[in-house]
Design a protein around this ligand. Structure first.
Ligand code: KIV
Length: 292
């Protein structure tokens, strides 16, 4: 069943009627960087979003919204991104498209939906784009994924690559430590970045890489490089929204907490619970009176 509906702003709780605005496009994002060795005039802003309302709030401030498979941990409480399914990505992807008007929406291809062959990747990516209305997909991997990226790009599917720390490979990597600390790793990350960019990715996410490698990758490839835990040397930045809002007790070193939302939710819930128990809520302000 298709999940592409438009948000009914007359009935939705998330009711703002959006000001007419044209959505940014994949070519406009790609064109923000003139080529290898060139700096972007203004860094590209990306955040993750998983729900329609959060997309509405973030959209005016972002160039790209990423429906990351991090939703496995953030929304579903899973231990890793490995169990995330195409169904989950399509449902949340469609919600984010419904809630956004300006940003380019990119949807993660979940583990197991693209690695077997370019044909498998095409079928999964086509389903994602059809069911969500998003503009692009993201997939993890370097040189080994280059033929798949070329296959998708040649068939009209815009792809964002993802190199460095690739969380879907957590079992192979043995954890989430930053990459690029040894010479061998450094060379591999640079080769991966070049291969993915040359295959036709219109942008790259570089995750958890030490600053000199992030700088070398950003300088080496023609497309924009969006960093997460990859220093200020990149062409743009992405963060997981719940991390930057302070929804979790612990966050990685590279995350800046722009709020402490978990604390504020706790205070609100405790206040509500107290008022219900001592009958301070609801008052007449929140009560329907009979019309006679
Ligand atoms: O899944 C995700 O949120 C991501 C970001 C960490 C880049 O891939």
């Amino acid at each position: 069943m298709s999940t592409t509906f438009t948000l009914d702003t007359a009935t939705s709780r998330a009711n703002p009627t959006p000001a007419p605005v044209r959505r940014l496009t994949v070519p406009t994002i790609r064109a923000r960087k003139a080529g290898a060795g060139e700096a972007v005039a203004e860094p590209i802003v990306m955040l993750t979003a998983y729900t329609a309302r959060m997309a509405q709030l973030l959209d005016p401030h972002c160039d790209m919204l990423l429906v990351g498979d991090s939703l496995g941990q953030v929304i579903y409480g899973l231990p890793t991104t490995i169990p995330v399914s195409l169904d989950m990505m399509c449902a949340h992807g469609a919600a984010v498209v419904r809630g956004s008007y300006r940003s380019v929406v990119v949807i993660d291809m979940p583990f197991g939906s693209y690695e077997a062959s370019p044909e498998q990747a095409f079928a999964s990516a086509a389903r994602i784009l059809k069911e969500t209305g998003a503009a692009a997909v993201k997939l993890e991997g370097g040189e080994a994924m280059a033929p798949t990226i070329a296959f998708l790009a040649a068939r009209g599917i815009p792809v964002v690559g993802h190199i460095g720390l690739t969380p879907q490979a957590v079992n192979a990597l043995g954890g989430y430590a930053a990459r690029g600390r040894s010479e061998a790793e450094e060379g591999k990350i640079l080769c991966d970045a070049r291969a993915v960019a040359d295959a036709g990715a219109f942008a790259l996410v570089a995750e958890g890489v030490v600053e000199p490698i992030a700088a070398a990758v950003t300088h080496a490839v023609a497309c924009p490089v969006i960093g997460i835990g990859a220093s200020a040397a990149c062409d743009g930045q992405v963060l997981v929204i719940d991390d930057m809002l302070g929804m979790f007790e612990r966050t990685a070193r590279f995350v800046k907490r722009y709020d402490e939302l978990a604390e504020r939710v706790t205070v609100a819930a405790a206040t509500y619970a107290g008022e219900v128990r001592n009958r301070a809520f609801p008052t007449s302000d929140q009560t329907y009176a009979a019309k006679r």
